[in-house]
Design a protein around this ligand. Structure first.
Ligand code: HEM
Length: 405
């Protein structure tokens, strides 16, 4: 197995943070299994290896405790086996099919219209600040049935939680803000949990408060952790996905024109965005037994960093992997938002993203409405988007202009 001293790219270096894709290429071809001392993890990058780590039950999620437990408490992301399946099943029905269409689509449309309406007449907006960071968090707050007046508060908390989780460099101020947030969120949410237990409504929080597993209800602490996870997982990822999708289309005017003419192509553009520039660039796993992968053996109990973004550009899996092409035929769009996906952006297997269909609905509504109000959407003159983030990644700002419709 390669050691990270032998000229291999460093996933914590400034060069990597500036643009990880050249490093992903070197890792895939020359260091498919690399020990990275600073994160004390084995880094894997080939599609076949990452797919195996996500799907094979020998790989557990226990290693997430250090990263998630301090801010969220215990969530389904850290669980495995029966406990994971039972608690995950409490929320999955709300995030797909009729429940999504009937109960939550109106929320998505209302919030999307409201936020886009706020800048539609201006002809200029930073899409990140003015739209992407506000849209998914408002939708999930609404779905949970949390007080709508508290959007700003939840926005601040989820930003602090996400910074804590991404804090690979272990900045003490970021760590402290994340820990403070856990307490503030708890103090805010627990009285609401108490009220919902007494008087349940038809919101997702009421479902969590009243559901029973083997005749036992979840504790207040468990419910609070679920809420905390849903806010962070449902907010940041979709927020960055919308920004990446719009940026990718602006970079490819021919494909933008095609989407403008046929809105059903937003789905294809979203699936290809998830392959080409996945928001969650890496996830961690921990095998229960020794495992053979490309390049050697991963010992039981060690941490594995699965580079989702590197797998998604593996030439062994995709033709012209470094090209953004929403018409590509080697990405199965019909399955791109299901656990049968042939890209890794939502993970695969039993921890496959619970909210992929919700994200899809939000992206379709958000991008569709944006194209309605901004028929000639373009980057503001002189502005170049800069991607930031190692764990999750997207342009920090997206300054666009348009002639108001
Ligand atoms: C899990 C990505 C949107 C809720 C995951 C995982 C990934 C992911 C990679 C697996 C993490 C791991 O196994 O280590 C994304 C992306 C999204 C998105 C790229 C948007 C484009 C959402 C939304 C929600 C959500 C809107 C809902 C509120 C969850 C939950 C899990 C999860 C609850 C944990 C599932 C489990 O452990 O069984 N997501 N996500 N996600 N996601 Fe998403």
């Amino acid at each position: 197995m390669a050691s990270d001293a032998a000229g291999a790219p460093d996933i914590l270096s400034p060069e990597f943070a500036a643009d990880p894709y050249p490093a992903y290429e070197v890792l895939r071809s020359d260091f498919p299994l690399l020990w990275h001392e600073a994160t004390r993890s084995h880094v894997i990058s080939r599609y076949a290896d990452v797919e195996r780590a996500l799907k094979d039950p020998v790989f557990t999620n226990r290693n997430y405790d250090w990263q998630l437990e301090p801010v969220h408490g215990r969530t389904i992301l850290q669980m495995d086996g029966r406990e994971h399946a039972a608690k995950r099943a409490l929320v999955t029905p709300a995030f797909r099919g009729r429940a999504l269409a009937d109960r939550f689509m109106p929320v998505i449309e209302r919030v999307g219209d409201e936020l886009i309406g706020a800048f539609a007449a201006d002809g200029r907006v930073d899409l990140v600040e003015g739209f992407s960071t506000r849209f998914p968090i408002r939708v999930i707050v609404d779905m949970l049935g949390l007080p709508p007046g508290d959007h700003e508060l939840f926005h601040r908390w989820y930003t602090a939680i996400v910074a804590f989780i991404s804090n690979l460099a272990q900045d003490p101020e970021v760590a402290e803000a994340g820990l403070r947030t856990k307490e503030e969120l708890e103090a805010h949410v627990l009285p609401i949990v108490e009220r919902r237990r007494a008087e349940p409504g038809d919101d997702l929080l009421s479902t969590l408060c009243t559901a029973e597993i083997d005749g036992v209800r979840m504790s207040d602490e468990e419910i609070k952790s679920f809420v905390s996870l849903l806010l962070a997982a449902g907010g940041e990822t979709t927020d960055k996905a919308i920004t990446c999708l719009v940026r990718n289309l602006l970079d490819h005017p021919g494909q933008l024109a095609a989407v403008r003419a046929d809105r059903s192509l937003i789905d294809r553009a979203f699936a290809e965005t998830m392959r080409y520039s996945p928001v969650v660039q890496m996830v961690m796993r921990q095998p229960d037994a020794d495992v053979e992968l490309s390049g050697g053996t991963i010992p039981a109990g060690s941490t594995v960093t699965c580079l989702l973004a590197a797998a998604n550009r593996d030439p062994a899996r995709y033709d012209r992997p470094d090209e953004f092409d929403l018409f590509r035929t080697d990405l199965d769009v019909a399955r791109a938002f299901t656990a049968g996906a042939n890209h890794t952006a939502f993970a695969l297997g039993r921890h496959f993203c619970v909210g992929a269909q919700l994200a899809r609905a939000e992206v379709n509504v958000g991008v569709g409405r944006l194209l309605d109000v901004a028929p000639d959407l373009r980057l503001a003159p002189g502005f170049t988007p800069v991607d930031t983030g190692v764990f999750t990644r997207a342009p920090e700002r997206l300054l666009v202009e348009f002639t108001p419709a």
